[in-house]
Design a protein around this ligand. Structure first.
Ligand SMILES: [Zn+2]
Length: 70
Protein backbone atom coordinates (compact mmCIF):
# COMPACT_ATOMS: atom_id res chain seq x y z
CA UNK A 1 0.00 0.00 0.00
CA UNK A 2 2.89 2.40 0.50
CA UNK A 3 3.96 2.28 -3.16
CA UNK A 4 0.92 4.00 -4.60
CA UNK A 5 -0.83 7.33 -4.17
CA UNK A 6 -3.20 7.59 -1.22
CA UNK A 7 -6.15 8.35 -3.52
CA UNK A 8 -5.93 4.91 -5.21
CA UNK A 9 -8.29 2.50 -3.44
CA UNK A 10 -9.15 -1.17 -3.86
CA UNK A 11 -12.62 -2.64 -4.38
CA UNK A 12 -13.95 -5.19 -1.89
CA UNK A 13 -15.26 -8.57 -2.93
CA UNK A 14 -18.82 -9.22 -1.75
CA UNK A 15 -17.91 -12.62 -0.30
CA UNK A 16 -15.37 -11.28 2.19
CA UNK A 17 -15.41 -7.81 3.69
CA UNK A 18 -11.62 -7.65 4.03
CA UNK A 19 -10.47 -9.16 0.71
CA UNK A 20 -10.18 -7.08 -2.45
CA UNK A 21 -10.68 -7.96 -6.11
CA UNK A 22 -6.90 -7.83 -6.59
CA UNK A 23 -6.53 -10.37 -3.75
CA UNK A 24 -5.18 -8.03 -1.10
CA UNK A 25 -6.18 -8.23 2.54
CA UNK A 26 -7.14 -4.76 3.74
CA UNK A 27 -4.96 -3.09 6.33
CA UNK A 28 -6.71 -2.13 9.58
CA UNK A 29 -8.75 1.05 9.01
CA UNK A 30 -7.88 1.10 5.30
CA UNK A 31 -10.60 2.62 3.12
CA UNK A 32 -11.85 0.58 0.16
CA UNK A 33 -14.75 0.84 -2.24
CA UNK A 34 -17.47 -1.37 -0.76
CA UNK A 35 -18.73 -2.64 -4.14
CA UNK A 36 -18.22 -2.36 -7.88
CA UNK A 37 -21.16 0.05 -7.94
CA UNK A 38 -19.49 2.22 -5.33
CA UNK A 39 -16.25 2.40 -7.35
CA UNK A 40 -18.00 2.89 -10.69
CA UNK A 41 -20.32 5.64 -9.46
CA UNK A 42 -17.38 7.38 -7.82
CA UNK A 43 -15.60 7.35 -11.17
CA UNK A 44 -18.72 8.45 -13.03
CA UNK A 45 -19.11 11.44 -10.74
CA UNK A 46 -15.43 12.37 -10.86
CA UNK A 47 -14.72 11.57 -7.23
CA UNK A 48 -11.33 12.30 -5.74
CA UNK A 49 -10.58 8.62 -5.15
CA UNK A 50 -9.59 6.28 -8.00
CA UNK A 51 -10.07 2.52 -8.11
CA UNK A 52 -6.94 0.33 -8.04
CA UNK A 53 -5.88 -0.69 -11.56
CA UNK A 54 -5.49 -4.33 -10.50
CA UNK A 55 -9.04 -4.43 -9.14
CA UNK A 56 -10.40 -2.67 -12.25
CA UNK A 57 -8.62 -5.05 -14.63
CA UNK A 58 -10.07 -8.10 -12.86
CA UNK A 59 -13.57 -6.59 -12.66
CA UNK A 60 -13.55 -5.73 -16.37
CA UNK A 61 -12.31 -9.23 -17.16
CA UNK A 62 -15.13 -10.77 -15.15
CA UNK A 63 -17.76 -8.50 -16.69
CA UNK A 64 -16.42 -9.07 -20.20
CA UNK A 65 -16.16 -12.85 -20.08
CA UNK A 66 -17.81 -14.25 -23.18
CA UNK A 67 -18.17 -10.82 -24.77
CA UNK A 68 -16.04 -9.66 -27.66
CA UNK A 69 -14.29 -6.53 -26.38
CA UNK A 70 -12.80 -4.14 -28.93
ZN1 LIG B 1 -6.91 -3.53 -5.73
Amino acid sequence: MTDRPEWVKCVLLPEDNALTWCARQLEPAEFAFTSIDHAALNGKHGGRLVACSGCVRLIIGALSRGIAVD
